[in-house]
Design a protein. Sequence first.
Length: 214
Amino acid sequence: MKIIMLGAPGAGKGTQAKMISDKYGIPHISTGDIFRANIKNGTELGKKAKTYMDQGLLVPDELVVDLVVDRVAQDDCEKGYVLDGFPRTIPQAEALDAALAKLGSKVDYAVNVEVPDENIITRMSGRRACVSCGATYHIVHIPTKVEGICDRCGAKLILRDDDKPETVKKRLAVYHEQTQPLIDYYTKQNVLVEVDGTKDMEEVFAAICNILGE
Ligand code: ADP
Ligand code: ADP
Ligand code: ZN
C-alpha cells in the first residue's frame, strides 16, 4: 500500500503516518525528519536545507526529489510505505509519479488530513519533537509520560525552530500556495481521501483505517 499524507503543517500527518506505519508494517518516510537528521549531523544537505526551513520556505525540489525517489526504490518499500511531507509541490508529485511508473507502481491513497488554519498555531506552539526517532507530542493534547523525554526512545524533546508563530504563519501561506494544489492533482487521479483532523488522534486514525481497510 503506497500512501501519501497531505495536509497543512501541524495537521497531524506525522502522528497518523507513524500509526499507519506501525499497524500496516510499512516504512514511514518523512522528508522533514530526513532534513532534521541531516541538520543534526551537520551534513552539506542539512546546511543547505536549514536556510530554507528556518524561513518557513520549502527546500528546492532538486534537493528533495532524488532523495525520495532513491528511498522508495529500496527493498523495504516493496510492500508499500507512507510518505509524510512529500510531495509538497506539483513538480514533486510529477517526479514521484514518473519514478513510480518506472517501477511499475503508483500511489494508492493520498490521505488529506483537514485542519483549519485557526487551529494550527496553537497546535504548533505545543508541539514537541524527538529528533532521534521522529516521534511527535503535544504538551496539552498528547503529553509524554515524563515531561520533555520521548516515550519511544528516551531522548530529549525539542521545540522546533520553525514552530515559532511567525514562521508557522509563513509556512501556512506557503502551504496554501504550493502544496494545496496537490488536492486537485490527486482528486483527478481518483486516489484522494479526506479525514477530519480536528478530531482526537485515535478518532482520526480510526477514520483512516476505515478507508485503508484491515
Ligand atoms: P510539518 O510537520 O510542519 O508539515 P515537515 O517536518 O514535514 O513540517 O517539514 C519541515 C520543513 O522541511 C518544511 O517547512 C520545509 O522547509 C522542509 N521540507 C520538508 N519536506 C519538504 C519537501 N517535500 N519539499 C520541500 N521542503 C520540504
Ligand atoms: P504534521 O506532521 O502534519 O506537521 P504533527 O503530527 O507533528 O503534524 O502534529 C502537530 C502537533 O499536533 C503535534 O504537537 C501533535 O502532537 C499534535 N497533534 C497531532 N494530532 C492531533 C490531534 N488529532 N489532536 C490534537 N493534537 C494533535
Ligand atoms: Zn524518540
